[in-house]
Design a protein around this ligand. Sequence first.
Ligand code: B1M
Length: 210
Amino acid sequence: MADLQAIADAVIKGDRDTVANLAQAAVDEGVAPEQIINEGLIAGMNVVGEKFKNNEFYVPEVLIAARAMHGGMDIVKPLLADSGAVSKGKVVIGTVKGDLHDIGKNLVAMMLEGGGFDVIDLEVDVPAEKFVEAAQSQSAQVIALSALLTTTMPGMKDTIDALAEAGLRDSVKVIIGGAPVTQNYSDEIGADGYAPDAASAVDLVRSLLN
Ligand code: B1M
């Protein structure tokens, strides 16, 4: 009998090999890929997110857990298309134009994937037009913008303005984050939400899409 809790525990411990082996065993036993993701991989990352919020885990532990989660995802994801499992939503993420910081953005992306979302990562130094293009071509529900420099934060407003100009502002939610970003700034530029950390970003996307 597949032990999905053991998969979750191995994600929390950051034990990639065990996650991969247990995920493969569950697949071999005929457990639905969606169940392995929800009750094993995502369940584990949810605990990691809580621990990170409570300062029980720090960045390295989260990165190691996310890597372990990917070990399971690599096995289960190819089966999803066949099983008809539905993603919880599509998020396009990137660090805004002029900004090369990607550690926090990567954490947010990994936590979102761990939360069951499809994540399209445009990486760093992403101009507003590229976000617009991706929102269109990917039919994304959420655009997630990261900035670590006060000088690049205006790139967030530029992106929101560009989405509005393209007629997409009503069909896509925009969330923002990064060390210098605040809720006030989010209100000021008309974003749909601000999250102070990666785990909160997952909660925010969940609540915006509900
Ligand atoms: Co840079 N840097 N840096 N840097 N750097 C900062 C940000 C800085 C605060 C350092 C300082 O002066 N004390 C300062 C910014 C000052 C300011 O504008 N307020 C700064 C500067 C000035 C610069 C350069 C201009 C330095 C220079 O060349 N003169 C230059 C700019 C380059 C550029 O981007 N164009 C630069 C370069 C670099 C490196 C390349 C060396 C490197 C980046 C490597 C990389 O990312 N691959 C770097 C680093 C590592 C830092 C610090 C030390 C660490 C940033 C980090 O990764 N933190 C940083 C100082 C600091 O913060 N202590 C600093 C860990 C990460 C997990 O946290 O990114 O905040 P963070 O992400 C968090 C939350 O903010 C949130 O979730 C994450 C996890 O909880 N979050 C989101 C992030 N994005 C989110 C999106 C969301 C929601 C939440 O929704 C979409």
